[in-house]
Design a protein around this ligand. Sequence first.
Ligand SMILES: N[C@@H](CCC(=O)N[C@@H](CS)C(=O)NCC(=O)O)C(=O)O
Length: 205
Amino acid sequence: MTYQLYYADRTASMGVRVLLEEIGAPYELIPTTTRRGQPRPTEQLKINPNGWVPVLIWEDGAMYECAAITIFLCDRHKNANLAPAPNSPLRGLFLQTLVYFSSSVQTAFQQDYHPYRFADTIKDEPGSQRRGHRRLMETLQIIDNQIDNKKWILGKTFSAVDIYLYMLTTWLEPSRGHPKLSNFPNVKRVAKQASARSSIKLVYG
Ligand SMILES: N[C@@H](CCC(=O)N[C@@H](CS)C(=O)NCC(=O)O)C(=O)O
């Protein structure tokens, strides 16, 4: 079975592609855009009317939302060992971190890149962006403290949340007002270790 993934560079679809590489599943990338005002493929919009990526298609279904896709793929391909089992003591931390990434950290990036979704008028948009920059600082600090001196986010074992964190760090642009990765030494360490994986080298290289 071949997965299909709506794909655009520098987006959350890259994290899903890394997962597919880690799993070793065959997949096909369907190019799309995330640019404001540019049309999305009709089939993509049928699955995700928001017009966002990632969107994943498999033999008898399709879905969007990066965190949900991550859980779906990890559960479907247990042998890849990318997530703790449902009865593992680490399952709660895995789910909590994944959803925090998508609901809090990613939203902070959105406040900067898509301020018109958060501000009532064009005049208010710079305020949304500045708040997004501060929110990145706040949310990544929480993750940095959570990681503490652990090797990976879950402790000794690499998992899909480390891939997600790596992806988030690639979006940091201090020239836009984002905090620097060096502000978060534990995040930086985990991201650097993750960057040595062949899956990440292939997708981000
Ligand atoms: N909550 C969604 C957010 C996805 C998202 O923001 N995707 C970005 C790329 S990283 C996108 O498609 N942006 C285009 C847009 O917002 O119009 C998820 O986690 O999948």
